[in-house]
Ligand binder design. Structure first.
Ligand code: UDP
Ligand code: MG
Length: 336
């Protein structure tokens, strides 16, 4: 029997969790040919999220949970979930029902029928999303795809089902600054895309402010492209060329018209421009350096405070233990 692990990151989602469970339960019940493992990852929530997932774990042995010591971010939650998943197939989905649960059986079917390692999803539209957010997202995807060798698919969700082999590859990327949209693409493997219409979240509010999204976009750019680093060299060359022509021009003008003291304003402008460009380039180098610094510290990606995992696995071990004990007993009888 195949086993599907579903990773569900939750940050302050006490209202969404029961709605999510009510939606996914019939799906799990209907797929009788598979065993389910639902891993909720409480990302340091300050509301009743932990109590809600504890309750579910008591109620349904397919549910288990991990709880972080503080908010480490969705990327860390995904990493923790993937590290603890034991299924042959692993799905990753949000708890707010923006990732339609009805697609799960279809994904399972597709990953088996089509010769692929991953069934990923993307939104065909951005209905219901603020216009400014959609516009900025479009700009980000256009920009990053110009400067990165890894294709970052516009509208791609983290919602996907992967084979164990792909999960293993994703886990081998233990970088501290994580950008899953890039990591999933970077590891390769054959991915089939499923499209769905955007839906609004079932309860609660989005945890992504524009500032958080901007920081996340920067994470993607710094993690999957080194092109900004070469900007300093490109600017340097450009400025040298301009400086050469200006020198020729000023020297010729001085020789022909003498040297009237003028041009203070233009000089000041040039100094401002050049120092601005220099500081900007130093800033880019600084951004990469700060990420390298964080990587070099090898801090853990997340810290667990509480967990209740793999009830199935534990039961299996318990059964195996009793079996072993029985066998040991038989052996003893034999040797006597
Ligand atoms: N999430 C998380 N940690 C965070 C922020 C979000 O685990 O720091 C979870 C959140 O609970 C949800 C998923 O990530 O299950 C997506 O978050 P959200 O719906 O706020 O993002 P959006 O859909 O608006 O992009
Ligand atoms: Mg959402």
């Amino acid at each position: 029997m195949d086993k599907i692990s579903v990773i569900v990151p939750c940050f302050n989602e006490q209202e969404a969790i029961p709605v999510y469970y009510d939606a996914i339960k019939p799906i799990m019940d209907s797929m009788k040919e598979v065993i389910f493992e639902l891993i909720f990852v409480d990302d340091g929530s300050s509301d009743g999220t932990l109590t809600a997932v504890r309750e579910l774990a008591k109620q349904d042995r397919r549910c288990s949970y991990l709880s972080f010591s503080r908010n480490f971010g969705k990327e860390a939650a995904l990493y923790a979930g993937l590290s603890n998943a034991t299924g042959d197939y692993v799905a990753v989905m949000d708890v707010d029902l923006q990732d339609p649960v009805e697609l799960l059986p279809k994904m399972y079917q597709m990953i088996q029928d089509e010769d692929c390692d991953c069934v990923a999803t993307r939104r065909s539209d951005r209905e219901g999303e603020p216009k400014i957010r959609s516009f900025l997202s479009d700009c980000f995807y256009k920009f990053i795809n110009k400067i990165s060798n890894t294709e970052i698919v516009n509208g791609a969700r983290d919602y996907r089902m992967m084979k164990k082999s792909m999960v293993k590859a994703v886990l081998e990327m233990h970088e501290y600054n994580r950008f899953s949209k890039g990591i999933f693409q970077w590891v390769g493997f054959r991915t089939v895309w499923l499209e769905f219409h955007n839906t609004e979240r079932c309860a609660g509010e989005t945890k992504w402010s524009l500032a958080k999204l901007a920081a996340y976009s920067l994470e993607g750019i710094l993690g999957f492209s080194v092109v900004p680093l070469s900007l300093a060299s490109v600017m340097g060359i450009l400025f040298c060329i301009v400086a050469f022509f200006m020198t020729v021009f000023i020297a010729a003008r001085t020789m022909i018209f003498g040297d009237p003291v003028a041009g203070w304003t233009s000089l000041a402008c040039i100094i401002f421009l050049v120092s601005g460009v220099q500081l900007f380039c130093i800033g880019i180098i600084g951004a990469y350096l700060s990420k390298t610094y964080l990587e070099a510290k090898h801090r853990p990606i997340y810290i667990l405070k509480e967990e209740a995992l793999n009830q199935h696995k534990k039961d299996m071990h318990k059964n195996m233990d009793t079996q072993n004990k029985k066998e040991e007993g038989q052996n003893i009888k034999y040797s006597k």
